[in-house]
Design a binder for this molecule. Structure first.
Ligand code: AMP
Length: 121
């Protein structure tokens, strides 16, 4: 699947629509999910144009990979849910059709602030 520049997260990255921003750096943008499923529900997205985790794994530069993984911890710390600051959290990436991915720009969901519950339903 090729990257679709009209997806909603691409529009957020371009500043065309607003987001409730948590953190931003050279590699990632993080913001609160518009339809939170847990007390804390954040999204972390790479700034690069990657459809999903497979695309990112195959095509991203090593520094983008490091930036994204380290970014997850930075955001978790900011939210007070990292193992240093809080009680932990869940990271989830939906990938394509069977994964239930709705927005075709790679994103990690961070759930926390309470017990997250069953892993899958
Ligand atoms: P997924 O099903 O993994 O593709 O998740 C997409 C997520 O993006 C959902 O949890 C939506 O609630 C969230 N979402 C969609 N539009 C926005 C938006 N404008 N701002 C923040 N979150 C959004």
């Amino acid at each position: 699947m090729s990257y679709d520049d009209s997806n909603i997260f691409a529009k957020i990255l371009r500043g065309e629509i607003p987001c409730n921003k948590i953190y931003e750096d050279e590699f990632i943008l993080s913001f609160h999910d518009i339809n939170p499923k847990k007390k804390i529900h954040a999204l972390v997205i790479p700034k690069g144009k990657y459809v999903d985790l497979d695309d990112f794994s195959l095509n991203a530069a090593p520094e983008e990979m490091v930036g994204l993984i380290k970014g997850l911890n930075i955001v978790a710390k900011k939210l007070g849910i990292s193992t240093e600051e809080g009680k932990g959290y869940r990271v989830l990436a939906n990938i394509s059709d069977h994964g239930g991915q709705e927005v075709p720009h790679l994103h990690f969901h961070l759930f926390g602030g309470e017990k997250v519950g069953k892993m899958v339903e």
